[in-house]
Design a protein around this ligand. Sequence first.
Ligand SMILES: NC(=O)c1ccc[n+]([C@@H]2O[C@H](COP(=O)([O-])OP(=O)(O)OC[C@H]3O[C@@H](n4cnc5c(N)ncnc54)[C@H](OP(=O)(O)O)[C@@H]3O)[C@@H](O)[C@H]2O)c1
Length: 410
Amino acid sequence: MSNKLKIGLFGFGCVGSGLYEVLNQSNLLNASIEKIVVKDRDKHRSLAKDRFSFEKETVLDDSAINLVVELIDDAEAAFEIVTEAFRRGKNVVSANKKLIAEHLDELLALSEECGVSFLYEAAVCGSIPVIRNLEEYYNNDSLASIKGICNGTSNYVLTRLNNELKSFDEVLADAQAIGFAESDPTLDIDGFDSKYKLQILLLHTFGLKTVPQNVLNIGVRHVKAEDILFAKEKGLRLKLISYAKKVEDEIVAFAAPMFVKDDSFAFEVNNEFNAVEIEGLFADKQVFVGKGAGSFPTASAVLSDVSALQYNYKYEYRKLGSNSSSLADDFVFKVFVSSKNAESLSLINFIQVEEEFSSSNYSYKVGLIKSSSINYELYRNQPDLFIAAFEDAEIELIKKEKQQVESLEV
Ligand SMILES: NC(=O)c1ccc[n+]([C@@H]2O[C@H](COP(=O)([O-])OP(=O)(O)OC[C@H]3O[C@@H](n4cnc5c(N)ncnc54)[C@H](OP(=O)(O)O)[C@@H]3O)[C@@H](O)[C@H]2O)c1
C-alpha cells in the first residue's frame, strides 16, 4: 500500500514551480501539495496569492504534512527548515547540494536519529538518476572511479569557447543573458558546485564523508583562447570534471578543468548537458547523460524521490563503514598551467616539467605537481593563472609517480 503524501513545499522558483507542474500532470502519485512557503511577499506568482505563506512554521507546525520538499536557494535557511522538519518526524526531499555538502554529517546523523528519510536525487546532475543507482544497482560492485560533468553552466561556457574562440568574459555574459549562468557565477565557474556534487557522489560511491575544505576545487574562470588552442592542437577538449578515483587504498578526489581525449565519456557532452561515468570492478564503465538543470528536468528527479517515499524508501548508506578507504590528502598529478605573464608560472612548484612554452604574452608548462602545492586561493588570487589536469595521464601517473616521488624523497 502506498502512503498518501501531504507535501509542504518550500520555494516556488525554477524547480519548485516545475515540481508543481509535473506533479499536477502525473496521475500516478498519491501526493498533493498542501502548502507552499516562499520569501518575497510582493512577487507576482502564477498561482493565487492565498496558495502561499511566508513563515516556515506554517508547514512545520502542521502535523498533517508528512513530507517537506525543500527547493529554496539559501543553504543556511534550508538547514534550519530541513533539521526542524526532521525533528518533527517529517521526511524531506531536497535539491540543495550546497546544504548537503556543507552539513553532511549533521544531516545524516539527525535524519537517522529522528527515523526519517532524506532523499536528494536532484542535487546531483538534475534529471540523471545517479544517487539511487549508486545506492541500489551498484551496491554490490566494488567501484573504481566516478567522473562527472556535473555543472551545466561551466560546460555551456567551455563548449562555446571551444566552438567560437571568444573571450571567457564575453561568453559568460551571453550565458547570463540567456539564464544559463547566475549574476554571481562564482559557485558554478569556480568549481564549488562541482565539488559539492562530488562530495555527495563520494558518499554514495565510496562511503566517504568529506567536508568542503578537504576537497580541492579550481575553476574555469581564467581560461584563455590560447588554452583552447593548446587543446585543439592536441585533439583534446577542456571540461570541468568532478573526479574521484580509487588509487591503492585511498580516494583521489577533486573538481577541476581537465583535458579529455576524443574517447573520453566527456568529449561529446556539450552545452548545458551533464554526464557521469561510473567504473565498476565487474561492470566496467557505464555512462549516464542528461539534463543537469532546468525546471522540468530537475523537478523530474524531485518527483522520483517523492514517488519513492510513497513506499517508505530510504538511502541505506551501506558503503559507509564497510569501506576503509580514506580521502588522499596529497597526490601527484599531471597539470597544465598557463599565464600571460611567464613569471606567474614560478608560483607553481613542478616536480618534473614535460613541456614548456614561453612568449612575451603567453606561457605554459605541462608537468607533474603535488596536489598540496595548489589550492583554491592560489587559483583565485592569480587572475591570470589557468590550471587544468589531464584525464588519462592523471589516472596512470598518480600511482606510479607517487611511489617514485616518495622514493626520491627518502
Ligand atoms: N535551477 C536548477 O536547474 C537546479 C538544478 C538542480 C538543483 N537546483 C537546486 O534547487 C534549489 C532551488 O533552485 P531554483 O533554481 O529553483 O531557485 P530559484 O529559482 O532562485 O527559487 C528559489 C525559491 O526559494 C524561495 N526562498 C528563498 N529563501 C527562502 C526562505 N528562507 N524561505 C522560503 N522560501 C525561500 C524563493 O522565494 P521567492 O519566490 O519569494 O523569491 C524562490 O521561490 C537550489 O538548492 C538549487 O541549487 C536547481
